[in-house]
Design a binder for this molecule. Structure first.
Ligand SMILES: [Fe+2]
Length: 270
């Protein structure tokens, strides 16, 4: 982490008030189990906190910091409508929740008090936060804002996954993306990603242990030193990797990744 980190005072209180009221209104409209929507509100607040930590740690100027915090606050605004309409957070079975978020922001006009440039940048980040990778030609400022959201998002998803997968099996099929908890199989593509030090793709998953490994490879897709430090300090990926038995076909890749993360942790202490 940048040792020169200092608090940045960015006022997004009116947006925070709007967002919490919007989330409460949408949650009240759910006739069945609304608890997944409560979890999304909590997730948003955690991502906002993570983003604040990144912009402070990276010494962003106040204007860029504010754009990043607005994008973090609104990144999952589409989740509420998605859940109300489809009762799932799986985009493939419902809608692209990033794009849905942009539609909500436009329809609700909650960014109307901001400049057209701010509106455009925040909406671009919300619309792209959930892509596997950003297009190569993405404007540098849009890429920077979106990457803050993506990094901040990953930290909180790791927390959620570690909490869930630390508990007893059977796991919630929704949380583990319907992957079987079969200790005899492994995805070659996920193993390759580990040894090539790059992020594995969801599409390559074949089982829950692949998923644990995939979450560990997120370390390779973090853009800010502040976020890498927090990733190592939180230890969620370490726990997920250590919870795999030594007999699974993922074990050599797991050991490789753990050694790499331990070395990074020791380096960051020096
Ligand atoms: Fe999202």
């Amino acid at each position: 982490m940048n040792s020169a980190a200092s608090p940045i005072f960015v006022d997004i209180s009116s947006h925070l008030a709007w967002f919490t009221a919007y989330a409460a209104e949408k949650t009240a409209q759910e006739k069945g189990d609304a608890s997944p929507m409560d979890l999304k509100l909590q997730h948003t607040m955690n991502v906002l906190e993570n983003a604040r930590r990144i912009v402070e740690g990276e010494n962003f100027d106040t204007h860029t910091a504010r754009l990043c915090l607005l994008a973090a606050l609104y990144h999952d605004v589409g989740r509420f409508e998605q859940y109300l309409r489809y009762h799932t957070f799986r985009d493939r079975e419902s809608c692209n929740h990033g794009q849905m978020g942009v539609r909500i922001l436009k329809a609700q006009g909650c960014l109307n008090g901001e400049s057209p440039k701010t509106r455009k940048l925040v909406m671009a980040a919300v619309g792209m936060h959930n892509r596997f990778a950003l297009p190569a030609q993405t404007q540098p400022l849009i890429a920077r804002i979106t990457n803050v959201v993506r990094d901040a998002d990953k930290l909180d998803i790791l927390r959620i996954m570690n909490e869930h997968l630390s508990g007893p099996a059977p796991y919630n099929p929704t949380v583990v993306l319907q992957q079987p908890d079969d200790p005899t199989i492994a995805s070659e593509a996920v193993l390759r990603a580990v040894f090539e030090h790059r992020m594995a793709a969801y599409a390559a998953l074949r089982c829950v242990n692949d998923f644990r490994l995939l979450l560990g490879t997120w370390f390779f897709d973090l853009h800010f030193a502040t976020c890498r430090s927090k990733f190592l300090q939180d230890g969620h990926a370490h726990n997920l990797l250590r919870s795999m038995p030594g007999t699974v076909p993922q074990a050599p890749a797991r050991d490789h990744l753990l050694a790499l993360l331990d070395a990074a942790k020791n380096n960051s202490r020096q």
